[in-house]
Design a protein around this ligand. Structure first.
Ligand code: ADP
Length: 416
């Protein structure tokens, strides 16, 4: 089945074309046929970049005034005589479309086929997810207009995997009525990635769902850690929004909320300006004053022995350590720790610093294996004596979106 996977932001559209079916899912042999991004959607100078194996890389700058036009640009590219993708030359060659949809609130505990009722529910959720759901909805509406009602569409939620959190883990200790009246609670994000890690861990170790007891560290620009017990998410670091938890590229993570009021008074800011600082100007960027990208910090430390970059890295690894300890307690021990995403897959020194000093908990990293496991490699990086194994597993959220879309459209259970 040819699946078009879409990830729509307010001014961008990322896509992948993936061929998958039951056999390919079982053997991990799904085919990525093309992937691309359209940036600056809504302007006359949108940038289209597409890569497809066996094709020349495509790059163009042209007007793309909305998401519907963006989708039409992808179809235009497919129709070009120079584009050769196995079995796809027309709009009708797509069998289904999968949409990354950030927030499913408490309503959606797994991926769903998009219907009028689903769209209504997503619209109702905008109040809780004002940053993401409007853009996701734009993508869904544009895809229905461009592809018509006959090509089924599926919504896959970042929050769905975490709806298994027990109440004592998802509640905030604020007056209960705020949960009852407004559904203020920990939702958690990156669920599609953490679920992929759990599935891939099972494939690599031949474990059953019930036997999947891992701590998954998704360390990208955004970052979250999830405690997965018996295959289910039982706690996660992100909360009502992705701002809570770990220190991230530009987000502060955990913070005493009264700091916000204090900064607002001192700097004469309104609340949304203060929250923007916590989301966009804090974290690794805020402390280092250099960048949100770890590579820039490594350079600053190596070349200039930069103190601020060093502090940012120490804070970053310390927060990760603390959550590993917390989740080992929450789970009564784990079999493995799995690193993923940009930092988790590539920054061997960060992995080393997170794991060092945790030997008393049964976590022993092997420096040689750790240093080798970069650039998309997958495998174990702990010493044979390590009670808790350490893995690097490159995440693949788009693949999960395509597989869920295939399964939902084909009526196959997606719990495995
Ligand atoms: P996003 O959260 O935007 O999807 P990614 O998972 O791609 O991000 O992670 C991006 C981050 O990964 C970068 O900001 C950078 O800090 C880190 N990163 C990427 N490549 C490397 C590398 N080779 N070495 C160290 N860090 C890296």
């Amino acid at each position: 089945m040819n699946i078009l996977v879409l990830n729509c932001g307010s001014s961008s559209l990322k896509f992948q074309i993936i061929e998958t079916d039951s056999e390919k899912i079982k053997t991990n042999s799904d085919q990525e046929l093309a992937k691309g991004v359209i940036e600056k959607v809504g302007t006359n100078e949108a940038i289209i970049s597409i890569k497809a194996p066996g094709n020349e890389n495509y790059k163009a700058v042209m007007p793309v005034l909305d998401h519907k036009i963006a989708l039409n640009r992808i179809i235009d590219w497919i129709k070009l005589p120079t584009t050769h993708i196995n079995g796809i030359k027309r709009l009708q060659d797509f069998h289904a479309i999968g949409h990354r949809t950030v927030h499913g609130t408490e309503h959606f505990n797994s991926s769903v086929k998009i219907t009028k009722e689903v769209i209504k529910e997503l619209e109702a959720n905008i109040e809780i997810a004002p940053l993401h759901n409007p853009a996701n909805l734009k993508g869904i509406e544009a895809a229905i207009e461009v592809f018509g009602e006959d090509i089924p569409q599926v919504a896959i939620f970042d929050t769905a995997f975490h709806l298994t959190l027990p109440k004592h883990a998802f509640m905030y200790a604020i007056p209960l009525k705020y949960y009852n009246d407004y559904k203020i609670r920990r939702y958690g994000f990156h669920g599609t990635s953490h679920r992929y890690i759990a599935i891939r861990y099972r494939q690599l170790t031949n474990k059953t769902i019930e036997d999947t007891n891992i701590i998954s560290l998704h360390l990208g620009n955004g970052a979250s850690t999830t405690a997965i017990k018996n295959g289910k998410s039982i706690d996660t670091t992100m909360g009502f929004t992705p701002l809570e938890g770990l220190m991230m590229g530009t987000r502060s993570g955990d913070l005493d909320p009264t700091v916000i009021e204090f900064i607002m008074k001192k700097e004469n800011l309104n609340i949304s300006e203060a929250i923007t600082i916590l989301n966009k100007k804090s974290g690794v960027l805020g402390i280092s004053d250099i960048s949100n990208d770890m590579r820039d910090l490594f350079k600053a430390v190596n070349e200039n022995n930069d103190e601020k970059a060093k502090l940012a890295l120490e804070m970053y690894t310390y927060r990760n350590k603390k959550y590993i300890g917390a989740y080992l307690a929450a789970m009564n021990g784990a079999d493995a720790i799995c690193f993923t995403a940009g930092v988790g897959e590539n920054a061997a020194n960060i992995r080393r610093d997170i794991c060092s000093g945790l030997e008393s908990l049964g976590i022993e990293i092997d420096d040689e294996l750790n240093n080798q496991m970069v650039g998309g490699k997958e495998g174990i990086i702990s010493k044979p004596t390590s009670k808790i194994k350490i893995f690097v597993i490159p995440t693949n959220e788009e693949l999960m979106l395509a597989r869920d879309t295939y399964c939902i459209v084909s009526g196959i259970d997606i719990t495995e």
